[in-house]
Design a protein around this ligand. Structure first.
Ligand code: MN
Length: 228
């Protein structure tokens, strides 16, 4: 077993602008957060034990309830532990908060992942939620690109503008430096459509980032590199 297989895939970061202040910690394999996790973030997780299970700790507080719900679903079904707190300029609107949180989540994901060496690299999944069905296809390509078609009709779901939902997925792909295609294939209810999209993304990410037995140390590319 190479050292690759036991190295924790975790990261902690802070992203501060005039528009948003974000603290985040992630572990792609569930379990603990890195020692450098911000102490006030760590303390806030303790008060949020309703989202803890045996293998994962998830605490998401962006100030936008529906965004919290989507990121919680993403973390849960990707198998991550995720702690995320954002204080954003919600007195303006939800745009900066939703976008910046998803960019920062992408950065944290990329930092925790390191490289695609020894990993599946590609992942795809379908996820239903009642009548809604979405498909997500992920490539840990180091080439940020996304195509997102969710076909949402409402203006907002809760306090999250529907136009921000594809923007969030695009921002995540950009920060994470992955290629991402997400399509909602059918569904009447916009809450269901959006949630099935995040769940499909979660499962696709879980597959793409899974370690492939016997491929330790191998770069999954005909070019021999995914960093150039
Ligand atoms: Mn924007």
């Amino acid at each position: 077993m190479g050292s690759d297989t036991v190295k924790p895939r975790w990261a902690a970061l802070a992203r501060d602008t005039n528009e948003t202040k974000i603290q985040m910690a992630i572990n792609l394999d569930g379990g603990d957060f890195p020692p450098e996790t911000d102490s006030s973030l760590a303390a806030s997780i303790e008060g949020d034990a309703s989202q803890a299970s045996k293998s994962q700790t998830i605490s998401v507080n962006t100030g936008i309830g529906f965004l919290d719900h989507m990121l919680h679903a993403l973390a849960k079904h990707a198998g991550w532990s995720l702690a995320l707190a954002c204080k954003g300029d919600l007195h303006i609107d939800d745009h900066h908060t939703a976008e910046d949180v998803c960019i920062a989540l992408g950065y944290a994901f990329a930092q925790a992942l390191g490289s695609a060496t020894g990993l599946a690299r590609f992942g795809s999944a379908y996820a239903p939620l009642d009548e809604a069905l979405s498909r997500a296809v992920v490539d840990l390509s180091n080439r940020p690109y996304s195509v997102v078609e969710l076909g949402l009709k409402r203006e907002k779901i809760g306090d999250l503008s529907c136009e921000m939902i594809p923007h969030c997925l695009q921002s995540f792909a950009q920060g994470a430096r992955i290629t991402l295609h997400v399509d909602c294939l059918r569904g009447f209810n916009d809450h269901h459509r959006a949630e099935s999209a995040f769940k499909a993304l979660a499962v696709a990410v879980r597959v793409a980032t899974s370690r492939v037995a016997g491929k330790e140390g191998e770069v999954p590319s005909t070019k021999g590199t995914l960093s150039a």
